[in-house]
Design a protein around this ligand. Structure first.
Ligand SMILES: Nc1ncnc2c1ncn2[C@@H]1O[C@H](COP(=O)(O)OP(=O)(O)OP(=O)(O)O)[C@@H](O)[C@H]1O
Length: 356
């Protein structure tokens, strides 16, 4: 069990005088073995959406199909079985403070048919998996945030689920601990084959772990696809903004906005963002601009990274050329799959100050 199909899901909350459309017409296909990221700002509807997967939240409309079965038609026993097959981890760990680490991990097995021997063996295996050997008899208060999240992950895996849902599980952790937890989740995904659905407001987290992503805004999925598709060709401004938090382009633009020289340049529209993917990195762009168009290009900022083993470049360049030449350059670069867009620092400054 691990293929999840969400079909035209709506979740509407009706209170006395208010109707809140938390999720609107969301369709997602999550395949077995996926690490599927759902990214969006607070209130976008992410938590509500994932709660429909294990029927903690009944959709107002639409279907949840798991391994070709409509869960709305499930008996209570089947729902119970479904929930055992889906582990959950949260931002605040939700551990039982009065119980030891091993008892926390053991707890989900209570009431199952697992034998005592099997329970002990499983707890030890999970403690090994999450790297907490020697901490079996500790209490949650004696652990760091990262260690508590490791306990929560072990507990979520206690009944050998095939799906793990992570709801902002790294949001309370520092960057280094976040990376360590993401590495652990990656291992669980790759080595145990557990399908992961990860919700977050941090695109960096998605980039580190996931193979697919959906971007949510006010209850709707505004963009979805493989990490490579979405990162190389984002369609909406929201997705572009999320991606820019992962490549320092936004910081670079902020820094440039504070420098008078560049603000002056932007009035002449001579500062550009150059964006390319894959084979385009082999084109000697800067040399081409000079040799073919007599244009001098100066790299002000550069970021090249690998997404799913494909190079992706984001540069900010200053080009000294006539407007008509710029037009020709844009056409030439587009033919090589390199995209050149104007950066207007004044507008960026206004947009960033509004966001901030
Ligand atoms: N039980 C509820 N009753 C009424 N409204 C709700 C309920 N649960 C969620 N909402 C509303 O649904 C919208 C989406 O909330 P949700 O928690 O799913 O968003 P989110 O993207 O997970 O945000 P966050 O990261 O802040 O939790 C919000 O406007 C929220 O107020």
């Amino acid at each position: 069990m691990a293929q999840i199909s969400l079909e035209h899901i709506d979740v509407t909350f009706k209170q006395k005088h208010q109707v809140s459309k938390a999720v609107q017409d969301v369709s997602l296909q999550i395949e077995k073995g996926d690490a599927y990221g759902i990214v969006g700002y607070s209130g976008a509807g992410k938590s509500t959406l994932v709660r429909v997967i294990n029927h903690l939240q009944k959709p107002s409309a639409g279907k949840v199909i798991i391994d070709n079965k409509d869960i709305d038609k499930f008996s209570l026993a089947q729902i119970r079985q479904l929930r055992k097959n889906i582990g959950f981890i949260f931002q605040h760990f939700n551990l039982m403070n009065a119980r030891t680490i091993e008892d926390n991990i053991l707890y989900p097995m209570v009431g199952t048919k697992t034998s005592n021997e099997e329970r002990k063996e499983r707890v030890q295996r999970l403690i090994n998996l999450v790297g907490l050997n020697g901490k079996e008899k500790f209490y949650p208060a004696q652990l760091s945030g990262g260690q508590k999240q490791r306990v929560a992950i072990a507990r979520a895996l206690a009944n050998n689920p095939q799906i793990l849902i992570s709801d902002e599980a790294t949001s309370a952790l520092d960057p280094k601990t976040t990376q360590a937890i993401l590495q652990l989740l990656k291992k669980i995904n790759k080595e145990l084959g557990v399908t992961i659905v990860l919700i977050t407001h941090e695109m960096d987290v998605v980039k580190s772990l996931c193979n697919k992503v959906a971007v949510m805004d006010t209850g709707k999925v505004v963009e979805k696809g493989s990490i490579l598709e979405v990162f190389s060709n984002p369609k909406t401004q929201l997705t572009k903004d999320f991606i820019d938090t992962t490549n320092n382009v936004k910081e670079a633009v902020d820094t440039l906005s504070a420098q008078e020289r560049f603000v002056e340049l932007s009035r002449n529209q001579q500062l550009f963002r150059l964006h390319y993917i894959g084979a385009s990195t082999e084109t000697p762009i800067i040399i081409d601009l000079y040799q073919k168009f007599g244009a001098v290009a100066n790299i002000v900022y550069g970021n090249i990274e690998f997404i799913s083993n494909v190079p992706l470049g984001n540069l900010i360049i200053e080009i000294d050329a006539e407007e008509s030449t710029i037009k020709e350059i844009k056409e030439y670069l587009a033919s090589k799959d390199v995209h050149l867009t104007n950066i207007n620092l004044d507008q960026e400054k206004i947009r960033n100050s509004k966001e901030g």
